[in-house]
Design a protein around this ligand. Structure first.
Ligand code: ZN
Length: 155
């Protein structure tokens, strides 16, 4: 090959990159683009195209170094967020032991309706309400959930 004719034409360099990224060996690349295997190796190193550094090793070591507590911490936060006991929609999970009628309602009685108004067994929860609220603890939460659900639905 004459010295003034460059081995690495733009086309050959492009082919080299293409074949390299396709995973061909240096010998195969050399055969494809018609240069010596040593020329391929030399050009690849000059282009910083090398398979010597195995990324799997670096990935494996960074895996062991990664703090495993991060996903666990997220999990714990999520657990905490959803750990709040959610009362049943119909209020069954809330123990209303002091059922009272409309006439019996007072400041000291949770006024959450049990059953539908007009039904024969319609009454009110009657539990001791939370301070400043018309409902007991369970029904206050239920009321809050219902209103926040409505807000979401109205969106
Ligand atoms: Zn109640």
């Amino acid at each position: 090959m004459p010295a003034n004719e460059p081995t690495w034409t733009t086309e050959r360099i492009e082919l080299l990159k293409i074949h390299f990224s396709a995973g061909l060996s240096c010998r195969e690349i050399a055969g494809e683009i018609g240069v010596s295997r040593n020329a391929v190796i030399g050009k690849l190193s000059r282009l910083n195209l090398t398979r010597e550094k195995k990324p799997e090793i670096r990935r494996a070591s960074s895996k062991t170094n990664r703090p495993r507590s991060v996903p666990r911490l997220q999990y714990r936060i999520l657990r905490k967020l959803f750990a709040e006991p959610v009362p049943a929609e119909d209020g069954e999970a809330i123990h209303s032991e002091r059922h009272c009628s409309l006439l019996e309602l007072s400041e000291e009685r949770c006024r959450w309706p049990i059953n539908s108004p007009g039904e024969e067994d319609f009454c009110f929860c009657g539990n001791r309400p939370l301070g400043g609220l018309p409902y007991c603890a369970g029904h206050s939460r239920l009321a809050y959930q219902a209103s926040s659900r409505q807000r979401v639905a109205r969106g």
